[in-house]
Design a binder for this molecule. Structure first.
Ligand code: ZN
Length: 174
């Protein structure tokens, strides 16, 4: 199966600081090269995914404090993967397949109509949540599965510092 991304949807606009894909401008992970890799990306959904763990470990190394899998806003049914409360920054680590990243989005050939609707619903939901959070003063950062975790964490560090200068804790030796 040669799955080249045929659909290229623009990423939703970042309104709170050139986040998103500033970080993917340089080192890009190539598209999944084999059906096995694609299957891995598809299965790679839910909590504590590999890209999520990699990002969290980078953020931690940078001395940031954060919560994981929290609702940024109690009455909004949306759980962010990483939440910086005082800075009001919500980070979503999104799988390229499920959230239709502009580089790797594909639609399975079998049950195509179903998949198209399903994936589009995910994208619509992402945008709706993003809009809601931003209206409530949150900065939404979307990190793609294919983003380099260090680059992504560096961007997030800058945003968090800008919004809450005391968010960084001093690292202890050892
Ligand atoms: Zn991608």
């Amino acid at each position: 199966m040669k799955s080249r991304p045929t659909t290229r949807r623009g990423a939703p606009a970042r309104r709170c600081g050139k986040v998103d894909v500033a970080m993917s401008s340089g080192r890009r992970t190539p598209p999944p090269s084999s059906p096995a890799a694609t299957a891995t990306m598809r299965a790679n959904r839910g909590k504590d995914t590999r890209p999520e763990l990699a990002l969290r470990s980078e953020l931690h190394r940078m001395g940031l404090r954060f919560r994981v899998h929290r609702r940024p806003v109690a009455d909004l049914r949306a759980t962010a993967d990483v939440v910086f409360g005082p800075a009001r920054v919500a980070v979503f680590v999104d799988g390229c397949f499920w959230h239709r990243c502009p580089i790797h989005a594909t639609t399975p050939k079998a049950n195509r109509a179903w998949w198209t609707a399903k994936l589009q619903a995910n994208v619509d939901r992402d945008r709706r949540i993003e809009g809601e959070l931003e209206r409530r003063g949150w900065c939404v950062v979307r990190v793609w599965e294919h983003d380099d975790p260090h680059d992504a964490a560096t961007e997030i560090l800058a945003i968090v510092r800008r919004r809450a200068p005391r968010s960084t804790v001093k690292k202890r030796e050892g």
